[in-house]
Ligand binder design. Structure first.
Ligand code: SAM
Length: 236
């Protein structure tokens, strides 16, 4: 599967994604409150928003007093991140699978990577770079699609494999074909440990109350079975 396809799909989605992201239930009332809840110190902290999309996480972190750097493979997402955050924060196009040569080691208190690690085929290089740019005892906060949810959703018959999968997103304007990688649980967790992180929290999130008003069907489903998983890991 080509990375170019992933990038093109997010470029295609970027404007609708940016328009909807403030209140899209799975993002605004499921992923973000749970993932942000794992970032305990924000004011005055240096935070790297890896795969920042249109910069909504960055907006909230900046509002709480963080100094934010955001990067993303999609030029269109970065365009919206810059526009959304005006003169605040620093945003640039970068592939998380390439070395972060523009970032110094030990320079961030926290790296947040929300709903993006499923787009990366081989996560070790990325995790090594997260480790390098974090200060000693820095925090990595990740949200990813839950491996049990994905196993069911993609009707996989090979749980233990890392499989290239695709689905169509209909919730962001024109339907977009999204390619990603489905992993077993051990392939979500062990690379963190292998690359020097200690897992501090593993959260199987539930939606917050606002979700129910906008999408009662998925609110019920997400209270019965998780779609995402949020992890906080500390640099040892
Ligand atoms: C589902 S969006 C999440 C965006 C943002 N983190 C949020 O939660 O609002 C996934 C993002 O990952 C980015 N992405 C995918 N593969 C990437 C890569 N290899 N390097 C950097 N960004 C990538 C996409 O362009 C997209 O903006």
């Amino acid at each position: 599967m080509s990375k170019e396809k992933i990038k093109q799909a997010y470029n295609q989605l970027a404007t609708a994604y940016n328009d909807l992201i403030d209140h899209k239930p799975h993002n605004a009332y499921y992923d973000r409150p749970n993932t942000l809840g794992l970032i305990t110190e924000v004011d005055g902290k240096k935070i790297l928003d890896a795969a920042c999309g249109p910069g909504k996480y960055a907006e909230l972190l900046l509002a709480d007093g963080a100094e934010v750097t955001g990067m993303d493979i999609s030029e269109q997402m970065i365009y919206h991140a810059k526009e959304r955050n005006q003169d605040q924060g620093t945003f640039f196009v970068h592939d998380l699978e390439a070395p972060f040569t523009m970032l110094e080691e030990h320079s961030f208190d926290t790296v947040v990577c929300a709903v993006a690690m499923q787009d990366i085929e081989e996560g070790n290089q990325t995790l090594q770079e997260f480790y390098r740019v974090l200060k000693p005892k820095g925090t990595l906060v990740i949200s990813i699609e839950h491996p049990f949810f994905e196993y069911t959703y993609f009707k996989s018959e090979q749980y233990f494999d890392i499989e290239g999968v695709k689905c169509t997103w209909n919730g962001f304007g024109r339907p977009a074909e999204i390619h990603s990688f489905r992993r077993p649980l051990q392939e979500c967790i062990n690379p963190l440990i292998k690359n020097g992180f200690m897992i501090d929290t593993l959260l199987e999130p539930t939606p917050v109350a606002e979700f129910e008003k906008l999408d009662p069907k998925h609110y019920k489903e997400l209270n019965e079975f998780p779609a995402f998983m949020c992890i906080r890991a500390l640099k040892k």
